[in-house]
Design a protein around this ligand. Sequence first.
Ligand code: HEC
Length: 134
Amino acid sequence: MKGKMMKRKLNKLYLLAAVAVTVQCSVNVLAAEKDEVDPRRVIPLYKRHCAICHGLDGKGETTGGEKAGVLDYTDPKVGEKLKDIKKATLSVSMGMKDKEGKMLMAPFERKLKPAEIVALVKYLEKFSKPQKDS
Ligand code: HEC
């Protein structure tokens, strides 16, 4: 009898612990979404996911970029496109296709958080602006 009671109590404890962990995780996720991305992470993220096409300098003079037809984001006229941050963020998260439906840029929604995509679009936009020291 006593053993059974103990077991029940333990089960209850495990359940509580599991609930606590779950709650903590969702709190972390929410915090991350609201949070600004740590600025130190932006360049590494750009290098990892974007530079292969858009180039480290935003010019898009890369094999992948030339094949896909990336524009030169150091050109202020091209940079203008990124002013509509919502649209640009959406393009990155949903991906872009040309008129024939050929994939130009793969969707990043599963790889990057919305806040990370926003930070990366802003980073890309910087190439077309006179560089301030930062
Ligand atoms: C496979 C090559 C490729 C990769 C990788 C890639 N892009 Fe692109 N991207 C393109 C092409 C092609 C276009 C369409 C032409 C253009 O605007 O340069 C484009 C367009 C864009 C646009 C303009 C969207 C619009 O609405 O006009 C943004 C912003 C952008 N990319 C950001 C990014 C970011 C941020 C990353 C990394 C997370 C990334 N791209 C990775 C190829 C790529």
